[in-house]
Design a protein around this ligand. Structure first.
Ligand SMILES: Cc1ncc(COP(=O)(O)O)c(C=O)c1O
Length: 423
């Protein structure tokens, strides 16, 4: 039985120890330490993850299913990676985890298979808050099947989903609701339980994009009762590998696009072609990095799942403080507008991914200016295209300061002060 509730213990991160795992964080430019606020597009990598990738390639490199030692060792490692990611997303069943190139590719694969079960008159729901990887695959699949697409709107003032609009657009014809767990642009955490319950009540399935959620908060496919979930290891301290979870009854039955000699059982039927075994070995190491973090803050965490829950509790507590600090500092700068939730009483409704615009400078100029000061941030729409269109921010987009648990309060102070000097 998986412990699904959040694990409560002594949850204080030791930032010196955390940062010592990430060689990139010791980089300097012009005598000043670099600040990595680019995490939403890909986190930095712990030493142990890079070593696991290289160890695999140097000592265990073999294709799947052979009757010889390295192939067997490789298969055992891959099996352990399925189990580790099952622990990460919150299912006891490692066969429900498929690896692939990235979230986008896996979502296209699933969308094509689902489209084969849809028909004219069916409906598919996407949102204006989501990354396009959780929009366009479904729009194209719906078009192929002759189904209609409905799009849930947002409240522009705080970039939250309009749940009344969602409820109004749900119908017995809705076959799938595709929604993100957390926005990669503005940080909003969506009320998943409520959305999933409402969708299931009309017979619709729910696909969750957990890419932006995974580095910040625990995933729990069992408690959420979602039908599918996808995320990407390179956002949670691993290599470039995508992850797809689906309930057994769907993943066994859906008509996957697969080759004839490829396995028809789980998870093989969803893992097309030869995988990035080294990437999967690194993904296992990334989960172990998080579990070790959990063990370091809670001696009571006995299983890997418990250790992961302890890690995420510590990460969330720390990141909420840090995010609140950044929002308060930026709010003092009259030339800066933050898009999304800014109320300090509502920090539990967001992750510390802060999108902003400057009154006089385009987003790309602000990012260049920060780069000049050794601070790395992204600008543009971050592929959350429906959102930037809805907010009227195309084509410039926004500047995104993405905090992760390895960032420091001094770094937040630095970006506030440097932005304050940009007139
Ligand atoms: C929220 C979100 N969903 C989906 C994606 C796409 O993930 P991938 O690069 O693994 O295809 C991203 C990538 O930035 C993302 O942030």
């Amino acid at each position: 039985m998986m412990p699904n509730s959040h694990y409560k213990g002594q949850m204080t991160l030791n930032l010196t120890s955390v940062r010592s795992h990430f060689p990139a964080l010791s980089r300097s430019i012009n005598g000043r330490p670099v600040v990595f606020f680019d995490g939403p597009a890909g986190s930095q990598t712990p030493q142990g993850v890079a070593e696991a990738v290289s160890r695999y390639m140097l000592h265990t490199n073999a294709n799947h299913g052979g009757a010889f030692t390295t192939s067997r060792e490789s298969d055992a490692l891959l099996q352990e990676a399925h189990q580790a990611v099952a622990d990460l997303v919150g299912t006891p069943d490692p066969d429900l985890i498929a690896f692939g190139t990235n979230m986008t590719t896996l979502t296209f694969a699933l969308s094509r298979a689902l489209a084969r079960t849809w028909k004219h008159g069916d409906e598919v729901m996407v949102t204006r808050l989501d990354h396009d990887a959780n929009v366009t695959p479904w729009v194209l699949a719906a078009r192929d099947a002759g189904a209609e697409v409905r799009q849930v709107g947002i409240h522009k003032e705080d970039c939250t989903l309009d749940l009344d609009d969602f409820a109004a657009k749900l119908s017995p014809r809705t076959r799938l609701v595709a929604v993100g767990c957390a926005s990669n642009a503005v940080g909003t955490i969506n009320p998943l339980k409520r959305i999933i319950e409402q969708a299931h009540a009309v017979g619709a399935q729910v696909f969750l994009d957990a890419v932006h959620h995974a580095p910040h908060a625990a995933m729990d496919v069992t408690a959420w009762d979602c039908d599918y979930l996808a995320c990407s290891a390179y956002k949670f301290f691993g290599p470039h590998v995508g992850v797809l979870y689906g309930k057994r009854e769907h993943m066994e039955r859906l008509p996957a696009y697969k080759l004839r000699p490829a396995p028809d059982d789980l998870p093989g039927r969803w893992m097309t072609g030869t995988q990035s075994h080294e990437g999967i070995a690194g993904t296992l190491a990334a989960v172990e990095y998080l579990a070790d973090l959990g063990r370091s803050v809670s001696a009571r965490a006995s299983s890997r799942r418990e250790a992961l829950l302890a890690a995420y509790d510590a990460i969330q507590t720390y990141e909420r403080d840090l995010g609140g600090h950044l929002i308060r500092g930026l709010s003092q700068l009259p030339q800066i507008k933050i898009w999304g939730i800014t109320d300090s009483a509502r920090l539990t409704e967001r992750v510390p991914t802060i999108a902003l615009t400057h009154a006089q400078r385009p987003a790309c100029a602000v990012a260049e200016y920060l780069n000049h000061h050794g601070i790395f941030v992204w600008h543009g729409n971050f592929y959350a295209l429906s959102l930037t269109e809805t907010l009227g921010l195309e084509p410039e987009g926004m500047v995104r300061i993405g905090l992760l648990h390895y960032n420091l309060a001094e770094e937040v102070d630095r970006v506030i002060s440097v932005l304050g000097e940009l007139r």
